[in-house]
Design a protein around this ligand. Structure first.
Ligand code: HEC
Ligand code: HEC
Length: 291
């Protein structure tokens, strides 16, 4: 076998590796210079990177790198900058009354944007996207209000909640008329037929609406009103408007009257900053149903 250093392939002028099979020789073509330098450069870069930035896991932590960079700190800084910007833009809302916010185009624009974002984060899980409501969770776009639909009513509801754990939360419970033995089963059936008829719904089977009306007058008007149109002071819904929070079927209404309902809306005063709560009140009021 020839020494490959001196064995030069005639055709290409390149040295061979000295390997030869059946007269075929393997050329020893060198790597292009640029490729080799690039290769060394990546090694240098890699080592430099490992020194400068967080890189290697250790038993309990990781190597931190001399530059002290952390993507978490970056994120926190960006978040704080955003918060500071928001706080500054929202500052005028701090002192302004709800009516003033509503009347001022720039404050209103801020409240709308801020309220919409906060609604998506905090309220949509219960009240649905854009406040369209879910069974048991009122629609906030219509002008049917359990606890009043003025800016101040809504603001109060948001701050302290409904049947919440806050002392100033709105309270008012519908009794469980069957479970607590305030009414007999047939009286429940009568008043259910009567209440449904107020929204134009057909009774089930033979209904005694006159008897139902009597049960209603004796047991229900104190909260729902003589005209059954509800009372914001008690949170009792209007029963004549074909809007049903807990469902309109005979079964649903029977459940409501038999066992009561006690929807809980959390208090937000301790969870969200005052500017955001104000923004939300304006946003909800502007959804379409504000009074
Ligand atoms: C855990 C579920 C839940 C969350 C979260 C929630 N709500 Fe409610 N909200 C309710 C329930 C339930 C009611 C109805 C209570 C009742 O039956 O009286 C209600 C009632 C309301 C009312 C009163 C409606 C009326 O007709 O008077 C407003 C206004 C309201 N919510 C706004 C909001 C806003 C704004 C947020 C977000 C900051 C929010 N809610 C978050 C459950 C929730
Ligand atoms: C102490 C006050 C009070 C009395 C008395 C009362 N209700 Fe209610 N009622 C309420 C409240 C408050 C609600 C809303 C409950 C909630 O939001 O969780 C309600 C809700 C309802 C609903 C649900 C409406 C819907 O949109 O789904 C029906 C139906 C109803 N009441 C019927 C009656 C009938 C019938 C009687 C009499 C037998 C009666 N209520 C007596 C306070 C009262």
């Amino acid at each position: 076998m020839a020494d490959h250093k001196t064995d030069i392939d005639e055709l290409s002028g390149t040295t061979t590796t000295g390997h030869e099979w059946d007269g075929l020789k393997e050329l020893n073509t060198p790597l292009p210079k640029w490729w080799v330098y690039l290769f060394y450069a990546t090694i240098v870069w890699g080592i430099g990177y490992c020194i400068a930035y967080p890189a290697w896991p250790t038993m309990t932590s990781y190597t931190k790198g001399v530059l002290g960079y952390s993507s978490r700190a970056d994120g926190v800084a960006a978040y704080q900058a955003g918060q500071a910007m928001r706080a500054e833009a929202g500052q005028p809302l701090q002192q302004a009354s709800l009516a003033e916010i509503k009347g001022d185009p720039s404050m209103l624009a801020f409240a709308e944007a801020n309220g919409k974002a906060a609604f998506g984060d905090n309220c949509a899980p219960c009240h649905g996207t854009n406040g369209v409501g879910n069974p048991g969770y009122p629609n906030l776009q219509d002008d049917d209000w359990l606890w009043g639909g003025t800016l101040d009513d809504i603001h109060l509801t948001l701050q302290y909640g409904i049947r919440s754990d806050h002392d100033e939360g709105r309270i008012g419970d519908m009794a469980a008329f069957l479970r607590d033995e305030l009414l007999e089963a047939d009286q429940v059936a009568q008043v259910v037929d009567y209440v449904r008829s107020l929204s134009g719904l057909e009774p089930e089977g033979d209904a005694d609406l006159a008897a139902g009306k009597l049960v209603f007058e004796e047991n229900c008007v104190s909260c729902h009103g003589e005209d059954a149109k509800g009372m914001a002071e008690t949170g009792a819904p209007n029963l004549t408007d074909q809007i049903w929070l807990f469902g309109s079927s005979h079964e649903d209404v029977t459940e409501t009257v038999s066992n009561g309902r006690a929807g809980v809306m959390p208090a937000w005063v301790d969870r969200l900053d005052p500017i955001t709560v104000k923004s939300l009140a304006v946003y909800v009021h502007n959804l379409g149903g504000g009074q």
